[in-house]
Design a protein around this ligand. Structure first.
Ligand code: 6PG
Length: 239
């Protein structure tokens, strides 16, 4: 595991872009699962403004780690956010975009997306293996849409699960731990003061919290886990 702390969000975005370009090097096709949340929004905006042409968008096949069960035009849709901040501005071919359909019945959609992943993502040890999964960290220790209250979903045998947001009760479709930990690379993008305590607990005291916070269960078999933090999110770490 690697931890990188940046003094500005701009520097974080720049470094993450280099990291992505390295993964893309000499590859005709990579599969990348995106997350929702505020940090990717800044990254997408940064890419739209600075990297329209020097990232090989046609080689990137986009998926989502989780989606809220709302229509794709809803303000809360992760797809909608990505479309507005990124897809409308960079030359990603339409055929490279594989969204979770939040408008569908959640259970049926979790099944449909699992089947799609088995067809579109390389299979390693019988499980789809993304080249890169981007994750966020919730203030409560959730990641993708696996919340502490439903931590058992992490261990599901399914590839995609239906989760329920603990406060709003909104349904979500999320990748399970089985898929997340089978990725070639997993990158957490985390910014802001509000995340500092959980970042410290998860990075430095993982063993103590791995049964409490889903984000502490992220441990890809590839060994390639990296945290991109801004200085606010990383301020409590003893580095
Ligand atoms: C979502 C997510 C979720 C998110 C974290 C962090 O759809 O809500 O994918 O896991 O990444 O909640 O979100 P913020 O960056 O907005 O705090």
């Amino acid at each position: 595991m690697q931890t990188k702390i940046f003094s500005t969000k701009e520097e974080l975005n720049r470094s993450f872009t280099e990291y992505l370009k390295d993964i893309l090097k000499d590859r005709e096709r990579i599969t990348m699962a995106l997350s929702g949340g505020s940090t990717p929004k800044l990254l997408f905006d940064y890419w739209a403004k600075n990297h329209q042409h020097d990232i090989d968008w046609k080689s990137i096949f986009l998926f989502w780690g989780d989606e809220r069960c709302v229509s794709p035009t809803d303000e809360q849709s992760n797809y909608n956010m990505t479309k507005k901040y990124l897809l409308d501005h960079v030359p990603v071919p339409e055929r490279n975009i594989f969204r979770i359909k939040g408008e569908n019945d959640p259970e049926a959609e979790a099944e449909r997306y699992s089947t799609l992943l088995q067809m579109e993502v390389e299979i390693v040890n019988a499980v789809p293996s993304f080249d890169l999964i981007i994750l966020g960290l919730g203030d409560d220790g959730h990641t993708a849409s696996i919340f502490p209250q439903e931590i058992e979903l992490w261990e599901s045998n399914k590839l995609c699960v239906v989760a329920t947001h603990p406060d709003s009760e909104q349904k979500r479709v999320s990748l399970s731990g089985k898929v997340i930990n089978n990725a070639q690379h997993v990158a957490f993008l985390v910014t802001g003061d509000a995340k500092a305590e959980k970042v410290k607990e998860i990075i430095e005291l993982r063993k103590n919290v791995k049964d409490i916070y889903p984000a502490a269960k992220v441990k890809p078999v590839s060994g390639n886990l990296i945290w991109f933090l801004d200085k606010e999110a990383g301020k409590l770490l003893d580095l």
